[in-house]
Design a protein around this ligand. Structure first.
Ligand code: HAS
Length: 547
């Protein structure tokens, strides 16, 4: 990988892990506040820490890491970036960074304690929303720079399908750009004018709907890079091949089609949307589960085929043959394992009636810690273990590998304890996102009397997670600056599995078809309910003032 592309990826990884360590520290503070073991000083607020935690981990860490992965992988598969791609990628990186800093300054100064969903009528300082807009624009610039690189490659390779890594990167960028249209619309046309006082009200239901138009595909923007690792990197590490090139491509296309017209499943309890539209979007949500089931099937097949190739016999004999001592594999395998209950929880959430039970409870917090917090985050850790050495030219030494095993073990145990407690507490009715009761009032204690459904379990889990985060950052510092330099032979490579595209139909890479169908589905699911929300806003909702 050439110097420029390497530095670009490293810059993104650096910001990602800086956000990661501050974000996990905020998480640690939270579990102690919730169990009443920690009293915050008057100048620091529970919601301020919760906002920082959500934004730094779910938005900043993920996004910067994802771009680092895309950039290094695109440079590896399609060749070094040309001048235009490099310049625009750097510009995009700085715009994203500037937006991030603006957001952080506003949150730290206590002027944006509105959580990562920034629901109106909570209001932040106008510059917070400007920061959000710049963040999105920065990612678009970085994304379009990669699209440019891909277009140049396709012109040079007329009639060929692009490598799977490039295909999946472009699919994810398409999904991201279409998804962001919702958040850009609400931030530019609703929040910024309202926060700067140019308008005296905001249509709350419209802003929430536009947010969730973005908010659900956002979770697939986190998930798809993890799936890229599962489809492409893991098979190479275990010495296998991609199970089916066309299945892998089809699953990404299904995400473009079905991940967007489903945002109402986050709003099932809201009164301003007619049940029919909620029902329609619930059905579409069940469609978006299909590509994940296809992925699970494909991964099991990859593992079994490779395990049998290595001599595994009987129903499960092949499992033992997999390379468990390779932390690059084990970390990601455990991450996948967490997605089984994570995905099942998602199906429960999406079931219209069952959503009544879990909505706005700690269950949801448990759900996203075993989706984005483990399957996605731990896959990113598994990638970090070799991507940093790949970029810095250092050796992932045996002793660092041992530490890496401890790191993923602690992350898994911490997450298992914390998220199980959160799921159970949620079912008992403990609410999410509230400092109400300080969690020491008698009525609140009623939630916390089981062994697992205990506030202490949550705090123990949270503490283990923070120790794990510190360990991870220690490993990264070693891999970046301290571990011995690798000679050429040891130099880590970017693992990309062989994928046989000889029978893959070419129309799968005809983006116009898929983008067109995606917009038709979006129009069907959103046009009428959104125009209803605009036309029939209850009197006064246009004039919501700051709380
Ligand atoms: Fe979700 C709320 C529904 C997936 C993240 N979700 C959230 C929130 C977040 C989030 C952050 O319908 C909170 C938002 C907020 O702040 O209010 N979610 C779903 C559904 C799925 C789903 C249907 N969510 C995710 C993913 C996330 C994520 C992925 C992050 C990355 N979610 C909801 C709903 C709500 C919600 C409602 C709103 C709740 C409310 O009322 O507020 C599906 O995509 C899940 C499909 C997944 C599967 C699993 C496939 C399994 C695989 C692993 C294979 C394993 C192997 C290893 C091969 C069907 C691919 C084998 C190993 C062995 C040893 C066996």
């Amino acid at each position: 990988i050439v110097r420029n592309d390497r530095q670009l990826s490293l810059a993104n990884i650096g910001v990602a892990y800086l956000a990661f360590i501050i974000g996990t520290l905020c998480g640690l503070l939270q579990v102690f506040i919730r169990n009443d073991a920690l009293k915050l000083p008057a100048w620091l607020d529970y919601y301020q820490i919760l906002t920082a935690h959500g934004l730094l981990l779910a938005i900043v860490f993920t996004t910067f890491f994802i771009f680092a992965f895309f950039q290094s992988g695109m440079s590896r598969t399609l060749g070094a970036f040309g001048r235009k791609t490099s310049v625009w990628s750097w510009i995009g990186f700085y715009v994203t960074l500037f937006g991030t800093l603006l957001i952080v300054v506003m949150v730290v100064s206590g002027q944006a304690s509105v959580l990562y969903t920034f629901y109106a009528p909570l209001q932040a300082h106008g510059l917070f929303y400007v920061g959000l807009a710049l963040f999105v624009i920065g990612t678009w610039i970085q994304g379009f720079a990669l699209v440019g690189h891909y277009v140049v490659w396709r012109k040079r390779h007329k009639g060929e399908l692009s490598p799977l890594f490039a295909f999946m990167t472009i699919a994810t960028i398409i999904l991201w750009v279409i998804a962001c249209l919702g958040v850009v619309a609400t931030v530019l046309f609703q929040f910024i004018p309202w926060a700067f006082g140019w308008t005296d009200g905001i249509n709350v239901e419209l802003s929430r709907s536009l947010f969730w138009y973005f908010g659900h595909p956002l979770v697939y923007f986190w998930l798809l890079p993890a799936y890229m690792a599962w489809y492409i990197v893991v098979p190479k590490i275990i010495g296998g091949r991609v199970f089916s090139d066309s299945l892998a491509r089809l699953s990404f296309i299904l995400f473009i089609l079905f991940s967007i017209p489903v945002g109402f499943h986050h709003q099932l309890t809201e009164p301003g949307i007619a049940s029919f539209w909620k029902f329609l979007q619930t059905v579409l949500t069940f469609m978006v589960i299909i590509p994940s089931l296809m992925t699970a099937f494909s991964l099991f097949a990859t593992f079994e085929l490779r395990g049998r190739e290595l001599g595994g016999r009987g129903l499960f004999g092949w499992v033992r043959k997999l390379p468990w001592r390779d932390v690059r594999f084990t970390s990601i395998f455990v991450a996948m394992f967490f997605f089984i209950p994570g995905g099942a929880g998602g199906i429960i959430n999406a079931s219209f009636q069952m959503n009544e039970l879990i909505h706005n409870t700690l269950w949801v917090v448990g759900h996203f810690h075993i989706t984005v917090g483990t399957p996605v985050a731990m896959t990113f850790f598994g990638l970090t273990f070799w991507i940093v050495p790949y970029l810095t030219g250092r050796v992932f030494t045996k002793s660092l590998q041992k530490l890496a095993f401890i790191q993923i073990a602690t992350w898994s145990v911490g997450m298992l304890l914390m998220s199980t407690a959160q799921h159970l507490l949620g079912l008992l009715g403990a609410p999410r996102r509230t400092a109400y009761t300080g969690y020491a009032h008698d009525d609140a204690f009623a939630w916390f009397d089981g062994i697992l459904s205990n506030h202490v379990t949550m705090a123990v889990g949270g503490s283990i997670l923070f120790i794990s985060a510190v360990l991870l950052v220690y490993i990264i510092v070693q891999l970046w600056w301290i571990a011995p330099k690798a000679d050429q032979e040891h130099f880590m490579t970017f693992p990309i599995a062989e994928s046989d595209a000889s029978t893959t139909p070419a129309f799968l890479e005809n983006w116009k078809i898929w983008i067109g169908i995606a917009f038709i589905l979006i129009a069907l699911a959103y046009t009428i309910p959104l125009s209803d929300i605009i036309q029939h806003a209850p009197p006064g909702s246009e004039r919501f003032q700051t709380w």
